[in-house]
Ligand binder design. Sequence first.
Ligand code: SAH
Ligand code: SF4
Length: 346
Amino acid sequence: MLTRTQLAELLAQEGQPAYRADQILDWIYKKRAQTWEEMSNLPPALRTALAEQYPLRPLTHTLTKGSADTTRKFLLELPDKRYIETVLIPASPALYGETSDRHTLCVSSQVGCAYGCKFCASGLDGFTRNLTAAEIVSQIILAEELSGEKVNNLVFMGMGEPLANFTNLCQALDMITSDWGLNIGARRITVSTSGLVPQIKKLSDLPQQIRLAISLHGPDDETREKIMPVNKKYPVAELFDALRIWNSKKNQKITLEYILIDGINADPHHAAILAKRAASIRAKVNLIPYNTVEGLQWVRPSDEDCLRFKSVLTKAGVSATLRLEKGHDIDAACGQLRLKKEKAEI
Ligand code: SAH
Ligand code: SF4
């Protein structure tokens, strides 16, 4: 899978006319060709040359968990036998975007993650490698084929830190948002980050109006450092300076993701600090009760504690969402299915 610019360069090198780029893009993104062979209006020699260099389908579907009216996790195998997962979430109360007839796909951006947040399954085995732009985009194409549904909302909240894979992320966004590509509106795409300050600033310069979510999980340095090592490098005040820059360039609200962990960050005084922080950048808050990860000791607070936390925010005028029902939170703990599969193979 290639961007329009990459394809044009490649075709020029092959001595091909420029109109071939649009023919190929049409085959890849609109007709959803599975092989170069199918592209019947291309010269056979060109098809063979491209097939040798650019596999059209880099991902193989291995396993699905869940069913059509619930959240479905697809476990996908990469060419180097690593696994990633992509999660399709059916229509549910609006968290991102405006409408509720959404099919949200949660995509992975890396194999593993180097940031080692202490509550997260994705970081448990450390970082293996970045996904290519083709591997990112293929997750969408494959999920649409497997489900028969059109993905119309996209969140980069699967395995990995998307902003640590910046170049490939930008190429993937080009393929996803362009009219020659998947043509998904930028406003329906949310990139989530643990708070990489320089990359947030760079991302704010992209022309597309993509949405930004921050995995905050602690409203002050002391709390955040306990569970997110990245906070040592980019402390809360620096992070919020970057978010103010984002606000000055984009006109949609930032989402602050906040996992509630008993005894760590879920007391009312944490909620009060969070309310001030969120209000200072006009952000909305998405509260996620901690989802159990095998091998980790953290505990989800009681429903009453979660509701009390939320009410501190709403009383302070901060818009906050909280989903308490279990089973729906499969999407909040990406990385766990891959981990199970790899353990089963050892
Ligand atoms: N690395 C990026 C993108 C991954 S998003 C980031 O951290 O933002 C994955 C989301 O799931 C993050 O908000 C993360 O904090 C959350 N998450 C990870 N482990 C979780 C758990 N055990 N319970 C609930 N949410 C979890
Ligand atoms: Fe990596 Fe995000 Fe998990 Fe932290 S929360 S370990 S940054 S995937």
